[in-house]
Design a protein around this ligand. Structure first.
Ligand code: LMR
Length: 333
C-alpha cells in the first residue's frame, strides 16, 4: 500500500501532464467553447472515438465542450502551460498571442464560397499561418470549417445605416472590429460563453455567428432579426501543445495523426449541412425573422466595408495579404 502511494506520488511529480504512466493511458484534454451538436463539437467527439480506437486505448481523449473547462482566452493560455493538450479555437482568437496574421481570414467577403475557402486553407496559406504558432509552443494540426457568419439585432439589418450605433459582440478579430466600425456600429470583444446573457440583458445589441452557433447557444431567441448575410467566414485551427505532441511515442503520434486526418475530413464534410439544418430549425422556431440581402443591399455592405481592406495591411501585414490574394486570385484593395 505504502509502495503504491510512493509510486503514485513519483509518477505525479515526474510525468509531464497528459503523458502515460505505466498503469494508465495518455490523456488528451480537448477543450472547446461550442456545443457538442455543432461541426466542431462533432469533430472533437469523432477525433476522440478514432484516437482511442487507433491507439488501442493507449490514449484517452477527454472532450470538454461549451467552455466547461476554459473560456476563449484562457484556453490558449492553458494550452501553453500544458494544462490542456488540444483545442480548436477560431482563428480570430490568436491576436492576444501577438499573432495577427490569421485575421486576414476574417476579411469580409474574402471567400466566394465554401469551396474557395477549403482550397485556400489546404494550400500554402494554411501552412504558412501554422508556422507562426511554433514560436509560441503551439503546433497546428488541421483547419476545421464552420461556414459563414450571419449577423443579427433586434431590428432588421439590411443597409449599412441599420448598424448605426449598435453595440456588436465580436469574438476577437480586429478585422471584424474594423468592418463593424465601417458600418457605424460599436464592436466589443466578449467571451463566447457570455454572449447569450449579454444579448438578453442588452449589454450588447447585436452579434455575428454561424447558424449552428446561433441555434445551439439560443442566440436566435434573444435577437428578433437575423440577416443571412454570410459576410465573413468562421474557421478553427486545431492546435496542440508542441512539447506534449512532440514527446509522444512515434507509433502513438502516427495513430493520432491518422485519427486527426479522418476527423478533419469528417468535420469539414458536415459543416455546410449542419449549418443549413441549424438555419432551418431556427426558421421553424418562429422566434426570429430571417432576412436575405438583395443584390443592391449586398453591394451597399461591400462598399461600406471596403475600407477594411486598405486598413488590414497595417494590421496583418502585406505578406499574408499577398499570399491570400495569390491563392484566391483576388485583389486586396
Ligand atoms: C465565437 O467566439 O463566436 C466563436 O469563436 C465560437 C466558436 O468557437 O465557434
Amino acid at each position: 500500500m505504502r509502495k503504491l502511494l510512493f509510486a503514485g506520488i513519483a509518477a505525479a511529480i515526474f510525468l509531464a501532464p497528459g503523458l502515460a504512466s505505466a498503469e494508465g493511458p495518455i490523456v488528451i484534454k480537448f477543450s472547446h467553447v461550442v456545443a457538442n451538436d455543432t461541426p466542431k463539437g462533432k469533430g472533437a467527439l469523432r477525433f476522440k472515438e478514432l484516437a482511442e480506437k487507433y491507439t488501442d486505448g493507449k490514449v484517452k481523449v477527454e472532450v470538454y465542450p461549451n467552455s466547461s473547462l476554459y473560456k476563449d482566452k484562457e484556453e490558449i493560455e492553458a494550452l501553453q502551460l500544458g494544462s490542456v493538450q488540444m483545442l480548436a479555437p477560431s482563428t480570430a482568437k490568436f491576436a492576444p498571442l501577438g499573432i495577427k496574421e490569421f485575421e486576414a481570414l476574417d476579411l469580409p467577403w474574402l471567400f466566394k464560397d465554401e469551396e474557395t475557402y477549403a482550397r485556400a486553407m489546404k494550400g500554402p496559406v494554411g501552412k504558412w499561418l501554422f508556422q507562426k504558432l511554433e514560436a509560441k509552443g503551439i503546433s497546428g494540426l488541421a483547419y476545421w470549417d464552420n461556414g459563414f457568419h450571419m449577423t443579427s439585432a433586434n431590428r432588421p439589418l439590411l443597409m449599412p445605416a441599420d448598424f448605426q450605433g449598435l453595440k456588436v459582440r465580436i469574438s476577437g478579430s480586429k478585422i471584424a472590429d474594423r468592418y463593424f466600425r465601417d458600418l457605424g456600429s460599436i464592436p466589443q470583444i466578449m467571451a463566447f460563453s457570455e454572449v447569450y446573457q449579454a444579448l438578453q440583458t442588452g449589454v450588447v445589441d447585436a452579434c455575428e455567428n454561424t447558424a449552428s452557433n446561433y441555434l445551439t447557444q439560443k442566440f436566435y431567441e434573444v435577437q428578433k432579426d437575423i440577416t443571412v448575410s454570410y459576410h465573413a467566414h468562421l474557421q478553427y485551427a486545431v492546435i496542440v501543445n508542441s512539447k506534449f505532441w512532440n514527446g509522444l511515442p512515434p507509433d502513438i503520434r502516427k495513430a493520432l495523426d491518422k485519427a486527426m486526418d479522418e476527423a478533419t475530413d469528417y468535420t469539414n464534410s458536415i459543416a455546410v449541412k449542419e449549418n443549413e439544418d441549424a438555419l432551418a430549425e431556427i426558421k421553424k422556431s418562429g422566434k426570429t425573422t430571417l432576412h436575405y440581402l438583395t443584390d443592391d443591399q449586398r453591394k451597399a455592405w461591400h462598399k461600406a466595408m471596403q475600407p477594411t481592406y486598405a486598413w488590414a495591411k497595417g494590421r496583418v501585414g502585406q505578406e499574408v495579404l499577398d499570399l491570400v490574394a495569390k491563392e484566391l486570385d483576388v485583389k486586396m484593395n
